[in-house]
Design a protein around this ligand. Structure first.
Ligand code: G3P
Length: 218
């Protein structure tokens, strides 16, 4: 399973990259705004800065909601850096844009997926990645992980190559359950990645090893 970090915070991206287990980054306009990155020029520069930190795919989202606008924006984003993946919303014009970019050999990430029908359309349109938002489904008392499971089954039935990018991951159990189901990628906050490290028996065991080592060297 690939690990992406879902943030526009450069320090957190650097920290995840330094761990050596990071495969990419996802961002969205809300995450950019959270870091105070506003205005087209600054946003574009921020994407380039992110690409210069990580080795893997970096999703950059279009703002247009019409086909021509998405194509224009997506082409400009893709030209910024070879690691850029054009993020397209799951709307009718977005499906057309996904197909266009797929035919052009430009990588895409179809965002704002909340149903199996949308997942099927994203795969038919040739999306490289598609992002079901599991945390936001959980927020409205709908089982987000169940959606991942159903999409996995549908994609496996037909051998769709579109990668399931579990998004809106909030915590470590989401990561583990996504791995059990067979999501291709998960994207979450740094805490959902670093949280996987934690176990009290590891801390107790290490303290004991260090204590016994120092006894032997006294
Ligand atoms: O990757 C999608 C993500 O940015 C949404 O996460 O936590 O705002 O639901 P969240």
């Amino acid at each position: 399973m690939k690990f992406f970090i879902d943030t526009a915070n450069l320090d957190q991206i650097r920290e995840a990259q330094a761990l050596g287990v990071l495969d990419g980054v996802t961002t969205n306009p809300s995450l950019m705004a959270k870091e105070g990155i506003t205005g087209e020029k600054n946003i574009i520069q921020h994407y380039v800065d992110i690409c210069n930190i990580v080795d893997g795919d970096v999703s950059a989202e279009v703002i247009s909601v019409d086909f021509d606008g998405m194509v224009r924006e997506g082409k400009a984003l893709a030209a910024l850096h070879p690691q850029i993946v054009v993020k397209i919303p799951m709307i009718e014009e977005g499906i057309k844009a996904l197909k266009y970019f797929s035919d052009e050999g430009i990588k895409t990430n179809c965002t704002l997926i909340f149903s199996t029908g949308q997942a099927l359309l994203a795969a038919k349109a040739g999306a490289t990645y598609m992002s079901p938002f599991i945390g936001r489904l959980d927020d409205i008392s709908t089982d987000g992980l169940n959606l991942i499971q159903e999409i996995r089954e549908i994609y496996d039935n037909y051998g769709f190559e579109t990668q399931i990018l579990a998004a809106s991951v909030r915590h470590t159990m989401h990561v583990i359950e996504c791995a059990k189901i067979g999501a291709d990628v998960m994207t979450g906050p740094l805490s959902s990645i670093k949280g996987l490290l934690n176990h009290p028996l590891t801390d107790i065991g290490l303290a004991k090893f260090l204590e016994d080592y120092s006894k032997g060297n006294q």
